[in-house]
Design a protein around this ligand. Structure first.
Ligand SMILES: NC(=O)c1ccc[n+]([C@@H]2O[C@H](COP(=O)([O-])OP(=O)(O)OC[C@H]3O[C@@H](n4cnc5c(N)ncnc54)[C@H](O)[C@@H]3O)[C@@H](O)[C@H]2O)c1
Length: 310
């Protein structure tokens, strides 16, 4: 996959998935603007990429408002002369159940994930439309945004909104050959290391340097950040020209297409419905097969569970 001549921005790329995306894009030949709020992490990422023969510069600034979005696009243009790919990866968590979640917890997460995706994509789209040579907006969602997740009101709402924006922008930017997709990654990073069912396996892999177990990679689609990066490289490339408006899962050994919501069952009452008729017909009509919700808990095979012989 050859991305030489292309310039990319990857937000939140000082560590975790963003770092893996930035490294993989640079390895494929793209010039990369690394961004993070953590100056040391951003600096180390640039050093790592340039030591490997890649081209990278950094912008240390918080994604959220328009000023950072403009600074990121300006940096790509001033350093590399253009912008072809915007990856909106920066993210934070502030998990709490609904009744304990503060306005600040809500606003912080919505600001980085939802507003940050909006402002960065908007600044990129303006530049890409001026260039007139197409482009790639690669957004980042999450299984939590597709399914809902306990304790993640703010995050699930923001990540669902990201997919809704991808579908909207895919329509709006189709004529200018700018594709817009949402990646739905799963990987062992600072963000996911604390999932209780998975933590022991991640810690073991880190301690021994061995890969994560096959069942985890395949059945749970859970691997390393490097496992998710090839999807971003593909979406950034000319090979993905026709791919737009999609939510695409990647993790461990699994690559997946998420379905888009659509009406699943419908019933009709001539002249409209009243509440009594809905109550009468709900459980045999549209509500006969209610949808499930939430991310299923990881299922650790018995052979690997806490009871397995030590
Ligand atoms: N790890 C997973 O399994 C997983 C699953 C689904 C979605 N995601 C999403 O992938 C993205 C990366 O997650 P990760 O697991 O690598 O997380 P991470 O915590 O390892 O890395 C996130 C990086 O973003 C930076 N950051 C935070 N706020 C920022 C801001 N306002 N501006 C710029 N940088 C900021 C952090 O300093 C950090 O370096 C996030 O959007 C996350 O929601 C991750």
């Amino acid at each position: 996959m050859d991305l030489s001549g292309k310039a990319a921005v990857v937000t939140g790329s000082g560590r975790g998935l963003g770092l893996a995306y930035a490294e993989a894009l640079a390895l494929a030949g793209a010039s990369v603007v690394v961004n993070d709020v953590d100056a040391a992490a951003a600096g180390a990422a640039v050093e790592k990429i340039t030591a490997g023969g890649g081209r990278a510069v950094s912008v240390v600034a918080p994604v959220g408002g328009a000023a950072t979005a403009d600074a990121l696009v300006d940096k790509a243009v001033s350093e590399f002369g253009r912008l072809d790919v915007m990856v909106t990866n920066a993210g934070v968590l502030r998990d709490k159940v609904l009744w304990k979640m503060s306005d600040e917890d809500f606003d912080t997460v919505v600001d980085v994930h939802l507003r940050g995706t909006f402002t960065c994509a908007r600044a990129a789209a303006v530049r890409m439309r001026e260039q007139g040579t197409g482009g790639r907006l690669i957004l980042v969602s999450s299984p939590a945004g597709q399914r809902g997740n306990f304790g993640q009101t703010n995050y699930a709402a923001a990540k669902a909104g990201v997919v809704a924006m991808a579908r909207t922008w895919a329509m709006e930017l189709a004529r200018t050959d700018i594709t817009v997709n949402a990646v739905v990654p799963v990987a062992a990073t600072g963000m996911t290391k604390t999932i209780p069912a998975l933590a022991p396996f991640i810690e073991e892999a880190e301690r021994t340097g061995e890969p994560l177990p096959d069942w985890l990679r395949r059945d749970e689609g859970f691997g390393t950040p490097e496992d998710a990066a090839p999807l971003v490289v593909f979406l950034a490339s000319d090979a993905a020209r026709g791919v737009t408006g999609q939510a695409i899962g990647i993790g461990g050994d699994r690559l997946a297409l998420w379905s888009h919501p659509q009406e699943k069952a419908a019933a009709y009452a001539a002249g409209g419905w009243d509440a009594d008729t809905i109550a009468e017909r709900w459980s045999t009509g549209p509500g006969a097969e209610p949808e499930t919700y939430g991310i299923p808990a990881p299922s650790v095979p018995a052979a690997h569970g806490p009871e397995a012989g030590s």
